[in-house]
Design a protein around this ligand. Structure first.
Ligand code: NOJ
Ligand code: CA
Length: 540
């Protein structure tokens, strides 16, 4: 594991003038599944506040909390009924203020999730729009006159047509479930309303927002057919969504939101979900006057493969795309929409290796709650499933419940400590093997996945070549080598190697900083044996 003491490694000085978010490690909390403070089986703000010391100890810089608003419950909180109210299951607005206060006292920042592409069908705007087709609120959405078939071929990302009928026969647009009508951003009143939402939470002290569907918002004003129907593409959306995503007008909104951020003290930030296949297009969302981070999901969607269209290519292309706009690359391997890494890659060893690779790369790194415990994708009985993807595809797509299971905190407690010591029925069933992954089992074990993440995040914070330097990627068969140098000062370079193949390889190595595998031997005679499914950080 950590082969040598780290006292003589550089203590990290950020590049003068660098804002905190440039190379931040951000931890995504799925609020409903993180920690239940009041024993009703649903995660909440009280639970999260009580677990903040765990996150500080892990070493992350910021916490992104998935939607906490009053919601219609059709899509895990992404169908918002009121953008300035907290779902009573999670707490109150005062709880958010207290969360920010506690987090700041521990040196952590808080990002909320904002959902500007659509509202819930229960939102007061949509209800008014249904009631009165001539109301100003009707202009907030995309309504088209009654006709026998849907106005065009646009498909919902969750399956079926993207158009549903109102009781009086009109069509309305929803790129997700019918309970999530899309807002019409060509109406300036929509942008004004969201300015107020941002200010409401910024005034409360939050440090920023993750922006849902940031590549969406605007649609083709003539509602022309998409050139192809939606299919879940490998790396994100492209021309098949030409009329429904990535309309150039969206960039004006990100400039407007950036200006709002900049009007507040304290480096507030925005990270957008930009699920586009073309990384150069993603990079444009992170131009200096737009979003601070633009998620690219190619790494998240790459199979366990060093070769073409997988890890090495992706890293190289993402670095180039973000360098072109002077923005840090955000990296992500897992989130609440994707099966867990351990299951996708085929083993915990591989998930650990991928994490160590990601944490070495320059830019920001996003972790999804539970990946630091090596959680696998859980199998969920059909009758317990909640995700609309499962229902809208008639069970053909399993959906995302398996990565949204409550966190295991205490092996011996009821519900593995999700509700503290209280015996509550968790909102999704907890698998029988969850105690094996519990935080209390891993925290004192230096070989655990939790300890690996903690050591990696600490080293990354200390060594200026890790997580913030310049990277050069080379690939040789199943092995990827990333050469990392600091952006300032004369810290020793670090080389990160990952072996994605089946045979061990011998690599040059003087000093081992960290390995993802407990089996790695210290370097001997200037070389080290890199076993399969392993990442190492090497320095001199
Ligand atoms: C992306 C979110 O990550 C996902 O969970 C949600 O279903 C869609 N946007 C719709 O809001
Ligand atoms: Ca609760």
């Amino acid at each position: 594991m950590s082969a040598e003491p780290i006292e003589d490694i550089w203590v990290y000085e950020r590049v003068p003038g660098d804002p905190w978010w440039r190379d931040a490690v951000v931890y995504q909390v799925y609020l409903r599944s993180f920690a239940d403070g009041n024993g009703d089986g649903i995660g909440d703000f009280a639970g999260l506040r009580a677990r903040l010391p765990y996150l500080a100890e892990l070493g992350v810089d910021a916490v992104w909390v998935t939607p906490h608003y009053v919601s219609g419950g059709a899509d895990g909180g992404y169908d918002v009924v009121d953008f300035t109210a907290v779902d009573p299951s999670y707490g109150t607005v005062e709880d958010v203020r207290l969360l920010v206060e506690d987090a700041h006292a521990l040196g952590l920042r808080i990002l909320l999730d904002i959902v500007p592409n659509h509202t819930s069908d229960q939102h007061a705007w949509f209800r008014k729009a249904l009631e009165d087709p001539d109301s100003p609120e009707a202009g907030f959405y995309h309504f088209l006159p009654a006709s026998s078939s849907p106005p065009n071929n646009w498909q919902s990302m969750f399956g079926g047509s993207a158009w549903s009928r109102t009781p009086d026969g009109r069509w309305y647009l929803h790129l997700f479930t019918p309970q999530q009508p899309d807002l019409n951003w060509d109406n300036p009143a929509v942008a004004d309303a969201f300015d107020d939402v941002l200010r409401f939470w910024f005034d409360l002290g939050v440090d920023g927002f993750r922006v849902d569907v940031a590549y969406g918002l605007f649609k083709d004003p003539a509602y022309r057919d998409n050139p192809g129907t939606y299919s879940p593409t490998l790396f994100g959306h492209g021309p098949e969504q030409a009329m429904t995503t990535n309309q150039p007008r969206v960039h004006q909104i990100w400039r407007r939101w950036r200006a709002i951020c900049d009007s507040y003290a304290g480096d507030r930030m925005l990270v957008g979900e930009v699920s586009l296949a073309d990384l150069d297009e993603v990079g444009l969302y992170a131009r200096p006057d737009e979003l601070h981070h633009a998620f690219q999901f190619r790494l998240l969607k790459s199979d366990w493969d060093a070769g073409a269209f997988a890890f090495a290519d992706t890293i190289d292309e993402a670095l180039t795309a973000f360098e072109a706009v002077g923005a840090p690359a955000p990296w992500v391997l897992g989130n609440h929409d994707k099966a867990r890494q351990v299951t996708r890659y085929g083993s915990e060893a591989r998930a650990r290796a991928a994490a160590l690779l990601m944490l070495a790369l320059p830019g920001s790194a996003y972790l999804y709650a539970g990946e630091e415990l090596g959680l696998p994708e859980a199998s969920v009985p059909d009758e317990a499933r909640r995700d609309p993807i499962f229902f809208r595809s008639s069970g053909k797509r399993l959906g995302r419940d398996g990565c949204r299971i409550p966190m295991p905190w205490t092996a011996s407690a009821p519900s593995t400590g999700f509700s503290g010591s209280l015996a509550a029925e968790p909102w999704l069933p907890i698998p029988a093997e969850w105690p094996d992954y519990a935080v209390d089992r891993q925290v004192a074990d230096p070989g655990s996945t939790l300890s690996l993440y903690q050591q990696a995040i600490m080293l990354r914070a200390l060594h200026p070549a890790l997580g913030s330097g310049h990277a050069a990627v080379t690939q040789d068969g199943d092995v990827i080598r990333v050469d990392l140098v600091a952006r300032h000062g004369d810290a020793t370079p670090v080389t990160c190697w990952i072996n994605m193949g089946e045979a061990p390889v011998v690599i040059p190595a003087e000093r081992l900083l960290l390995s993802s595998s407990p089996e790695t031997d210290a370097p001997n005679g200037g070389v080290l044996k890199l076993t399969p499914d392993t990442t190492v950080w090497i320095t001199s």
